[in-house]
Design a protein around this ligand. Structure first.
Ligand code: SF4
Ligand code: SF4
Length: 157
């Protein structure tokens, strides 16, 4: 049986009150691309585990979400599961709960491309079909990282 960590549950619900609106219908899972391709990911389950205050399970695999947003569009309760997952990611990052491997892979991608998600030919083609601009590489990333690092150091003083 899953034990409930009441302290963490209270903290998470305070930060993400929409967790309590989820009635576990599973509609979000039926169109989840991460679930479709990984076979084990479920926004519904992540929300349930957050409600149970299960910190290990919250942080594990959070980065498998491919940010397609379809769960937000389908949720009948307006939980906005995708937004909840972002908030859980932020919580996990703030509290050092992120798996090193996931963190390093994301950092590497952001440093290289300026984006947290890879942009491939298919993405560009779909954007074109939808009449959206082509995504261009972001220049001067190193400079930007250095500036942010300096800003952080100044704030910490
Ligand atoms: S987040 Fe929405 S769609 Fe997903 S299980 Fe909860 S209520 Fe259902
Ligand atoms: S945004 Fe993430 S969690 Fe939601 S349906 Fe897409 S892949 Fe699944």
């Amino acid at each position: 049986m899953t034990e409930i960590n009441l302290e963490l549950r209270k903290e998470l619900v305070k930060e993400i009150p929409e967790l309590l609106k989820c009635f576990q219908c599973g509609t979000c899972v039926s169109s989840c691309l991460a679930e479709k391709y990984s076979g084990s990911y479920s926004p519904r389950r992540k929300i349930l585990m957050a409600c149970y205050g299960q910190k290990d399970i919250i942080a594990k695999e959070l980065w498998r979400c491919v940010t397609c947003n379809s769960c937000n569009e389908r949720c009948p309760q307006e939980v906005n599961p995708y937004d909840v997952l972002i908030k859980l990611k932020n919580y996990a990052l703030k509290h050092g709960l992120v798996e090193d491997e996931a963190l390093q892979a994301t950092e590497k991608l952001v440093r290289k491309t300026g984006r947290a998600m890879p942009v491939n030919e298919r993405t560009q083609r779909m954007r074109q079909e939808l009449g959206l601009e082509e995504l261009k590489p972001i220049d001067d990333l190193d400079k930007l990282f250095e500036e942010k690092k300096e800003e952080k150091e100044v704030k910490q003083k």
